[in-house]
Each structure stands twice: as structure tokens, then as C-alpha cells.
Write a protein that binds this ligand. Structure first.
Ligand code: CA
Length: 251
């Protein structure tokens, strides 16, 4: 299955640093977006360590031959991806333990790995993955954040969550402890599907139907450019990162 992709990251208009990081590895069909946090250079270091570790570990995966193994290859890969992300969190935590000036650093992460007609989507934190099929958009990942949890529990509405003063508080991050729970989903791919991986610098500024409108009317590269323009036009307070993945190679 042919996959094409495009990515962009932008410091935005207000921040002195870009603590987001992304990875596109078309050989592995691996796509990662991370949003780092922490003083000094901690945020940048955490997000880049996350994407580099996931790339290294996924690159080392050797899946059993389905002809000779009776293990379910989908379950094996699901577990392996969760382990890779968790190990990235462990490396970040260990680094922060050994280097006091980095104490408290962490990062969100979203990962998409396309393999044999399936997308394996892993995430920790409030960076997001959206999928677009036949003109419809769906938020694939559920934010690990205080406001998302409050919405799920019926304590606040989705509208209130958008402007809540605690909207940046995340309940899970890579680097906050030696181990982290990683959510992994598997979705069957169809030709023409598009996926957007992004940080809250985009999803916090641009509504889901606007994301859909851009993704259904522009090329993947132009979509990325438009996203940065839209987020900046609305203040650009945060770093902005987007990776768009398309199944099929019609540009
Ligand atoms: Ca951010």
C-alpha cells in the first residue's frame, strides 16, 4: 500500500523556542509528533528523544513470518509499538533523573505506523490524530488531559473545555515516571484515507470542521502550510506541528 506524507513545524508567534518535534520515515511508514515541556532545553530535548527513540526501536522490530508463526501479527505489533513508546518515556525519565537541570521535562507523543493495510496509532498526552475518510473527519485519539477527563465524566461541556483555564494540564506524559500507559488503536486502511497528527498548537486553535475543510480541498503539503497560517492568524501563542499522511499516491 503506497503511503505519502508531508510535515511542518513552526515556532508560532509568541514562543522563544520550538519544543515540538516530528518524524517522517517513509521507509518504515512511521510518523511521529511530540510536544515537549520543561525548563531550559528540556522540552526540546524530551520531544526529540521521544521521536528518535520510537524511530530506533520500530526500526529494530523483526516481526515473525505469518506463514510459520501462529501468533497474531496485529497483536504482536500493537504490543511492540506500545513498548517502544513506553521505552521512549523511560529514557526521558532516566535522563531527567541523571541531569538535574532537566528534572520535570516530558512530552506528549502520537505515533502512526502503517503496516500491511493497518494503521497502528499510539498516543500519550493531548497531541492528536484525526482521520478523514469520504469527507468525514474523526478524532481518533482521546486526550489524556484534565479537561477531556472532565468532559467524559460529564462535569464540563466540550465548549467549556476549549476555553478552560486548566486546558493545558495533561494527565499522562512521557518522562513523568519510569513507566507510562500507552493507548494503541488499530484501524484498517483504505485508499484515499488521510490522517492528521498534530500538537495542541493546531488542534487548540482550529476547529475540527475547519481541519476537515482544509484536508479535503488541498494537497497534503498545502494543507500543512494552511494549518500553520491559520494557527498564526489566531494568535500563534504556541508551537504548531502537523503531519499529514495519505493512503494512495494521488497528490
Ligand atoms: Ca503545545
Amino acid at each position: 500500500m503506497q503511503i505519502i506524507s508531508s510535515g511542518i513545524t513552526d515556532i508560532g508567534l509568541k514562543r522563544g523556542r520550538n519544543e515540538d518535534a516530528y518524524l517522517i520515515n517513509e521507509e518504515l511508514n512511521l510518523f511521529v509528533v511530540a510536544d515537549g515541556m520543561g525548563g531550559h532545553a528540556g522540552g526540546e530535548y524530551a520531544s526529540s528523544l521521544a521521536v528518535n527513540t520510537v524511530e530506533e526501536l520500530v526500526g529494530q522490530l523483526r516481526l515473525p513470518d505469518p506463514q510459520v508463526s501462529d501468533e497474531d501479527p496485529v497483536e504482536i505489533l500493537r504490543t511492540a509499538l506500545a513498548d517502544a513508546v513506553s521505552q521512549a518515556g523511560n529514557r526521558i525519565y532516566s535522563w531527567a533523573c541523571d541531569n538535574q537541570e532537566y528534572w520535570g521535562m516530558g512530552t506528549t507523543v502520537v505515533v502512526m505506523l502503517a503496516h500491511r493495510g493497518n494503521a497502528f496509532i499510539a498516543h500519550v498526552g493531548d497531541s492528536r490524530v484525526y482521520s478523514i475518510r469520504n469527507g468525514d473527519i474523526e478524532q481518533v485519539t482521546e486526550d489524556h488531559s484534565l479537561v477531556a477527563q472532565s468532559v467524559r465524566e460529564g462535569l464540563i461541556t466540550e465548549e467549556e473545555a476549549k476555553f478552560h483555564r486548566m486546558r493545558n494540564v495533561i494527565t499522562r506524559a512521557l518522562g513523568s515516571g519510569p513507566e507510562v500507559e500507552v493507548d494503541v488503536q488499530v484501524k484498517a486502511l483504505r485508499k484515499g484515507d488521510r490522517f492528521l497528527l498534530c500538537t495542541d498548537g493546531l488542534s487548540g486553535r482550529v476547529e475540527m470542521d475547519e481541519l476537515r475543510d482544509v484536508l479535503t480541498s488541498h494537497s497534503i503539503t498545502e494543507s500543512c502550510r494552511q494549518f500553520v497560517g491559520m494557527a498564526c492568524a489566531r494568535g500563534g501563542e504556541d508551537n504548531i506541528t502537523a503531519v499529514v499522511v495519505q493512503v494512495g499516491d494521488d497528490r
